[in-house]
Every structure is written in C-alpha cells, then in structure tokens.
Design a protein around this ligand. Structure first.
Ligand code: FAD
Length: 358
C-alpha cells in the first residue's frame, strides 16, 4: 500500500466500543474493555479527536426488550460499567427520531477519528525508532536458521532479516501464515463487506449520538446502526455481505432503498430520499458464511441467551505465538472491535515479543 491506513483501520465506524456483546472470557471481551479505557487515555494525551458520546442499544419490540437484560448481564460480566435500561420516553428524550420500546444506555461507548488515531500511533512509533515502510508487500517468509529462528522477510521494498515477526496483515493474515507454511493458516479469513449510507445534510440533526439495534442473535455483526461522527455526519451501516474478493469495496453496492428499509426499524420516518451512499469496509471474519452456532469458535459455554448466540456467530480474535514458528506472533481475525482493542492487543503483543527476544 502507498500509505498507512488504507485497510480496515480507516474504513470502519470509528466507534470506541464498550465490550457489551462479547463472550465473557473471550479475547474480544478482554481487549475491548481494556482497549476502551486505553483509547480514551491515549486520545486525550495525544490530541486525537474523540468523544465519549454514549450509545443506545434499542429494542424495537417487546420480544426484543426481553433480550436486553441478558445483554446487560453479559456486559457487566465483562466489566462494562454503568449500564442501565431506559424506557421509550427516555429514548425519545435523547433521540427524538428513534422509536423503541426499551434501550440499554451504554455510557462508555464513544467515537474516534480513526485516521488520526492511526497517525498518532505511527508518529509515536517513529519517534521511538521504528522504521515504517510503505509499498512493501510481503511475498515470502523463510526460516533461514532453525537454531536461531532467524526469518528472512522478502517484500516489494527489499529483504529484512528478522528475529521476530508479527503478522498483523488484517484481511491477508491467513495468507501471511500460509507463506510461512504455518498450521495457523487453517484460520481462514472470509472477507465480509460492510457498506454505509449517510443522512443528507438537512436531516443530520435527526440523530444526536450512537444508536444501535439489538444485534440479530444469529447475525455476524452488531447490526446496521446510526453513528454521528465528530464532523456531524450521520452514517447508517455497516451492512453485512460475504464477498469473494478481499479487495472489492464497490462492486454491486446495496441500493439506497435497502438502507432505508433497515433504518426504518428504528427511525420510522426515514425515506430513501434522506440518504446518500457513503464509504465501505471489509471485515476479516473467521466465521464462514454457512456456519452454524455449533461450528463457531466462541459458542462453547453460552446457553440460549442473546449473549451466547451473538458471540457464537462472531467468533473470537486469534492472537498467539505460532506453535510451529515461536518467533512469529500471529494476529488473525482482528475484526470489530479491533480498532477499540488495538492498544490492549499491542500491550499483549509487546509482552510476547519481549518473551521472544529474551
Ligand atoms: C465496516 C467495518 C466497521 C468497523 N467498525 C469498527 C468500530 O466501530 N469499532 C472497532 O473497534 N472496530 C471496528 N472495525 C474493526 C476494525 O476496523 C479492525 O478490527 C481493525 O482496523 C483491524 O486492524 P488491522 O491492523 O488488523 O488491519 P488493517 O487496518 O486492515 O491493516 C492491515 C495492514 O496489513 C497490510 N498488509 C496486508 N497484507 C500485507 C502483505 N502481504 N505485506 C505487507 N503488508 C500487508 C495492509 O496493507 C494494511 O496496512 C470495523 C471494521 C469494518 C470493516
């Protein structure tokens, strides 16, 4: 890539997630909850534009409202603080254009300008002696000295002799693992596109903060939601569609009417004419399209609650030293909440690297 941040890290919702949804004990729960706090601290310290907006997870029927308490319990088990249920009048008071029976108020959720966050991290890395290379697609990884675990990294920008390799190649992390001949390549990444629309300027005041539906229990995302950005735009999305290519951001985009239909569940007065097409991103999913709950990684101990069903269909991050090549740290399936989790994951990876180099 010609510059940093052309992957998922700048093609997302920019939400600093709370950790509400993920299975207790999962890496997603652990890194999201810690990452939430670290992200606020980092943004304040390094002048990254952000805001603790809070968010509402809205039930649009009585049936859905029954699921909210299970989600609150799940969040509390993960250490998410100050969660509370609010009624339809309180929803209206906060978001006058949103219709809901009941909602979870999640005060620790917020938004960040993801591109600025990425730039701040890059700046700090360079200040501390990192050498950043762009246009450096890695095409070969070769262990040159088994005893010393030296690895030759061949890239479009030349060769590097490495004592430690961190595979954090996003959508392509499984392919990097395969270059090494690692058994970790069994964690296949399925690209899942998420598209966004935007409210036209004259309707941007219809949303004040972040508004999410209840995630569909068997769905693979948090659901199509409303995000008010720091610039005041209102994004609606992302959608969820398994695609064949890891690089296909634009082909066969969903029609505006599709977004209007989804958005109407929470905002009944919205019409297709209120929307314009916006950006899209591609998730690095480890869960195949046809997966049942039983085949998904995090399904294990949860019962029939919203928490269990949701976690089951989203799976977990894979972050570990490669069992075949212990000088390699593999990060595979870093999908949402990867932006929120980044600083917590970085702490953990730093510890693994210290282990490797000592
Ligand atoms: C639609 C969408 C919405 C999301 N919303 C949120 C959200 O609101 N909150 C949240 O917390 N998370 C969100 N996420 C998830 C978050 O964006 C990702 O988890 C995170 O950005 C992943 O970061 P990454 O560094 O692993 O991947 P990327 O940002 O994709 O970076 C991977 C890098 O690896 C490089 N690379 C790949 N292959 C090679 C190679 N062969 N050689 C050299 N370099 C290579 C790429 O060029 C790229 O720079 C969302 C994701 C999507 C797609």
């Amino acid at each position: 890539m010609p510059k940093l941040g052309l992957g998922a890290s700048t093609r997302n919702s920019g939400v600093i997630h709370s950790g509400l949804y993920y299975a207790p004990g999962s890496l997603k729960a652990k890194h999201c909850v810690r990452g939430n706090r670290l992200t606020y601290e980092f943004c304040a310290k390094h002048n990254v534009p952000h805001r603790r907006t809070g968010k509402l997870v809205v039930a649009s029927s009585l049936e859905e409202a029954h699921e909210l308490s299970a989600l609150v319990e799940n969040g509390r088990a993960n250490g998410v603080e100050n969660l509370r249920l609010i009624d339809s009048a309180a929803i209206r008071a906060r978001e006058p254009h949103i219709a809901g029976v009941q909602a979870i108020d999640v005060p620790s959720t917020g938004i960040v300008e993801s591109e600025e966050l990425l730039k701040a991290c890059a700046r700090l890395a360079v200040d501390r002696g990192a050498h950043l290379l762009t246009n450096a697609r890695v095409t070969r990884l070769q262990v040159t000295d088994v005893a010393d675990s030296a690895i030759r990294v061949t890239s479009a920008a030349g060769e590097i002799a490495a004592r430690c390799v961190i595979n954090s190649a996003g959508l392509y992390a499984d392919e990097i693992a395969a270059l090494l001949g690692s058994q970790m390549a069994r964690h296949r990444i399925y690209p899942v596109r998420g598209e966004y629309c935007e409210l036209v300027r004259s309707k941007q005041n219809w949303i004040n903060g972040l508004v999410y539906p209840l995630p569909h229990p068997e769905g693979v995302s948090l659901g199509t939601h409303f995000t008010k950005t720091l610039a005041g735009n209102v994004w609606i999305g992302p959608t969820t569609r398994y695609i064949d290519s890891k690089n296909d951001y634009e082909r066969d985009r969903e029609p505006i009417e599709y977004f209007a239909r989804l958005a109407k569940l929470l905002m009944p007065e919205i019409e297709a004419a209120d929307l314009v097409q916006a950006h899209s991103g591609i998730r690095a999913k480890l869960v195949p399209p046809s997966s049942s709950r039983a085949s998904a990684p995090a399904a294990s101990s949860q019962g029939g609650t919203t928490q269990g069903k949701y976690s089951a269909s989203t799976g977990d991050f894979v972050i570990e030293r490669d069992p075949n090549f212990p000088h390699v740290v593999q990060l595979i399936g870093i999908e949402s909440p990867g932006l929120t989790s980044a600083l917590s994951i970085a702490e953990h990876v730093r510890n693994l690297v210290t282990e490797i180099l000592n």
